[in-house]
Design a protein around this ligand. Sequence first.
Ligand SMILES: C[S@@+](CC[C@H](N)C(=O)[O-])C[C@H]1O[C@@H](n2cnc3c(N)ncnc32)[C@H](O)[C@@H]1O
Length: 331
Amino acid sequence: MLAHAADVSVAFAERVIRAEFEKKLAHYCSQKPGGIDSIVNDLDSSSPPLSFKLMDSYVFLDPATDAVNFQDTQVGCSSCRPQMGRNMGCEYVNKCDCLEDHPIRKFPYKKPNNSDFWVLQMKYLEGRYVIIECNELCECGPSCKTRVTQKGRQVPMTIFKTPNRGWGLKCKQDLIKGQFIDLYWGEVIPVAEAQLRQESGPADKASYLFDLDKWALGNKDLEEQMLVVDGEKMGGITRFMNHSCDPNCGVYAVSYNKNDYLRYNTAFFALEDIPAGSELTFDYLEGEEQSDSQGDDAPFASQASQGNTTKTRVPCHCGARNCRGLLWRNG
Ligand SMILES: C[S@@+](CC[C@H](N)C(=O)[O-])C[C@H]1O[C@@H](n2cnc3c(N)ncnc32)[C@H](O)[C@@H]1O
């Protein structure tokens, strides 16, 4: 009898937690086009932790490292104008100042036939170059077509329970190759704090740390100031994305201030056409391997990675034929 009462109250508590988490999701996506995000768990009655705060911005642990303190380094393009070139903007200007130092100086996006959104150009998708988008100081104005990731996610998602990798993420609609998915949000913390957080808790603690190491790696001064994004306690829905050794999404550094080498954004794009309902995955070690092999373009080519803050060796359950067997290289 007592055991039954305990079961009933656990089930009730789980339902309350689920309802609260769904409320958070609804609030978060009410400002977005594309439909409502959802949670699916066909395996047990658990929900993602209620302590997790959904958001779509960075939170800087130390206000001194907040990007707004560094806006004096920000410049905008000055030769572009709103609605120039067939009313489209910077994409028709091959000397947009935002791209002046870029090794390929090519507009990052293109619009596929019959589509109402822009996708990443093949050169960026395959070359993994940093994506530079215009910013609020640019003369091109808010309708400039470089502004894709800064407008945020446009596609609805499902957070779902996997049998062996915790929660994962699926998109509710078909994605096409090169389509923008979302950014990675969280608390922005110094690398020493990230290391402390990773070392606290059990050895196989899940990691939500994303190193902003694109410019810092190999530069001693920058390495000392390097920041890490921690999506564990607060972050966007992409913190539920699992690793695969054969991923369908790629991770790209995006900058709205090409002079800021410490703060930038991390964006996920589809590497292939992805049917609705497929799990979205990326390679947690991708950044490391890219930066090992990019040669002269490295400052613009290497990616943010999940791989540098030391993490415990965790067996990989991605199930890919080319599975490396472990999530992280170090540890
Ligand atoms: C960024 S989180 C991904 C979301 C996580 N599954 C959850 O439930 O919150 C990264 C953690 O998920 C787990 N994970 C992700 N991909 C995995 C894989 N291929 N094999 C085993 N565990 C995985 C590991 O615990 C890893 O530290």
